[in-house]
Design a protein. Structure first.
Length: 586
């Protein structure tokens, strides 16, 4: 069931480049927070992947990733080596996948800076959140905000590590710096004010024990907010960093949270009931007349409605993630609790070390078991290949078309439509068909046979994505075990050819926009490729029709001798032999 939320749970932490700290936090905060803002993220080589230019392999670098979180960070400029310290982003944002329907967008069209990132969520109203790391030596982030403040939208939140002192938020620090004054003024311009706790809660504990703790991690929240809207300092949860995390819960306009997509577990009783239901539904539709387009359309409409009811009945809501089982277990929880309880005592450091050892041991045991399960128990070692491939860069930048950001669904649709349907509406010149010669006498069409039906179904892939009705080739292969159900499918296919009508059910589709691999950025519509997923029943009939036409074309010599693509019994080797013959003949 869908749920409604009226708040955002945000946590911000300068992790001091500690990779394990971020990896553990992603697991620990998964159920308690919606957005994780990181400053000074770890940027290290995770592994080396197969390379065509280096025997040692290409390095895979970057911050930790997690299946529950979307990761957003600034991309390197084309031609820039982002393994260099001077080019790495110093702010990273993680958004939990439960907020995916709010279309979290990395607004590089407004902020394109390694120390500042702008996140936009599209609910009933746009929500803008700013993550900041201000380098104490250059104050580049504060200076950038001041120079570009007119281009920034109204913010609900601004937070991070600002590295500036003021007695407004740190009573133990006398006076205030110029940077702090500028920061406060900038926040007021953006409709924000610094969140100050009634008691002093240090956020930075220097590793040098001779230096005093201070308050340099800040959260700026909206003016006029309620008294209960205030940040919290997790004083003893720094987990080895010299900064502690800050969290806040901010009210927003109510939005509906979709728990996940509906799925059918493979080889489950529910899947068997689903396919049996489709077979029974087809049998119940057998015998109905299909002599006119209206009758055929009505039958296919009843079939579509019945399949949808079966899907809603037997499918269940599941997290859209193949790695839904977490490595975190009770040992991790107990080790964390011991560290939190004894952190103030002298042996707190020992318990932090023990916590890290426990996490490492549990991770090793979990992933070793997963590798064994995939490679030995399932006998599919090739499924482990994605673990050693180069990482896919995030694709959540704000998409633009003709230098205009597509910030609404209508604008996004118009931009994609203008990019991929630019030729629609153009006149078609049919005179190219004149050279084919005079029309010949039409021959009678032979009805499809059961052998053709099963032959078209047999080579289909069980891993192919289904259309809007969720029925995959795997499901149809189970339905085809029922002879009466196959007879009804044959009747529908033959009726389509007999009366010359293609039902709407066969034309129903959903479009998926996927990023083109290897692109330097994904900020324009041309960097994406649309694919269309049709209902598999219509594709089944199309396969029978294509096989029949190919047989007829080959029988009557319609194919050009140089035609190899899409023709049965013509492989790449045949094309190579033909090319070799041409070379030697010359």
């Amino acid at each position: 069931m869908n749920s409604t939320t009226d708040s955002l749970r945000i946590i911000s932490h300068n992790v001091n480049r500690k990779y394990d700290l971020v990896a553990n936090s992603l697991e620990l905060f998964s159920e308690h927070f919606d957005i994780l803002f990181i400053q000074e993220p770890p940027w290290r080589m995770v592994r080396k992947t197969v390379s065509t230019s280096s025997k040692e392999g290409d390095p895979v670098v970057g911050p930790p990733t997690h299946p529950d979180w979307l990761i957003l960070f600034r991309r390197p400029l084309p031609g820039v080596d982002w393994t260099l310290e001077s080019e790495r982003p110093r702010v990273v944002t993680y958004v939990h996948r439960r907020l995916s329907h709010l279309r979290p967008t990395f607004r590089t069209d407004i902020v394109d800076h390694r120390d500042v990132s702008l996140l936009t969520l599209f609910g009933q109203a746009e929500v803008h959140l700013l993550n900041v790391y201000n380098d104490p030596s250059t104050t580049a982030a504060v200076r950038w905000i001041g120079d570009n403040i007119q281009s920034l939208p109204g913010l609900l939140y601004m937070g991070g590590d600002f590295n500036c002192h003021s007695n407004d938020w740190d009573p133990d620090h006398p006076g205030e710096s110029r940077v702090a004054r500028e920061l406060v003024q900038q926040a007021l311009t953006l409709g924000l004010e610094v969140s100050v706790l009634p008691y002093r809660a240090p956020t930075h504990f220097p590793h040098n024990a001779r230096l005093m703790p201070s308050v340099i991690d800040l959260m700026f929240l909206p003016l006029g907010r309620g008294m209960d809207v205030c940040h919290r300092v997790h004083e003893w949860d720094h987990m080895g960093s010299d900064h502690v995390p800050l969290s806040v819960t901010l009210p927003i306009a109510p939005v509906v949270i979709v728990p996940g997509k509906r799925v059918l577990k493979v080889d489950s009783e529910e899947e068997q009931s689903f396919t049996d239901g489709i077979a029974s539904l087809l049998c119940s539709l057998g015998g109905r007349p299909m002599d006119t387009p209206d009758l055929l359309e009505a039958l296919c409409k009843d079939l579509s409605d019945g399949v949808e009811q079966l899907w809603q009945r037997f499918s269940s809501v599941s997290r859209a993630n193949p790695r839904s089982k977490s490595w975190w277990n009770g040992d991790c929880t107990r080790a964390l609790n011991r560290y939190r309880e004894l952190n103030l005592l002298e042996d707190g450091l020992d318990h932090l070390t023990e916590y890290r050892r426990t996490i490492k041991r549990v991770k090793r045991a979990y992933f070793d078991s997963r590798i064994k399960e995939v490679s030995v128990a399932k006998g599919r070692p090739w499924d482990l290949m994605p673990w050693v491939k180069a990482r896919q860069l995030p694709t959540y930048e704000a998409v633009s078309f003709q230098n205009q950001p597509l910030t609404t669904l209508d604008l996004l649709w118009n931009g994609l439509h203008s990019t991929y349907n630019s030729a629609s509406g153009r006149a078609v010149d049919f005179s190219v068909l004149d050279e084919l010669g005079e029309d010949r006498d039409a021959r009678e069409w032979c009805r499809f046979s059961l052998a053709e039906l099963l032959e078209a179904l047999q080579p289909t892939s069980n891993r192919s994505s289904p259309g809007p009705d969720h029925v995959t080739w795997r499901h149809w292969k189970r339905v085809a075990r029922s002879a009466p159900a196959c007879d009804v499918v044959l009747s529908i296919a033959n009726a389509c050819l007999r009366i010359g009508y293609w039902p709407s059910y066969f034309k129903d589709s959903r479009s998926i926009i996927i990023p083109k691999p290897g692109k330097p950025h994904y900020k324009t519509t041309k960097m994406f490729r649309p694919i269309v997923l049709l209902n598999t029943l219509g594709k089944w009939v199309e396969k029978m029709l294509a096989n029949r036409l190919q047989f007829e074309a080959a029988q009557h010599g319609i194919f050009d001798p140089c035609q190899f693509g899409g023709v049965c019994q013509h492989s790449t080797e045949d094309a190579g032999v033909f090319l070799t013959h041409l070379v030697r003949a010359c």
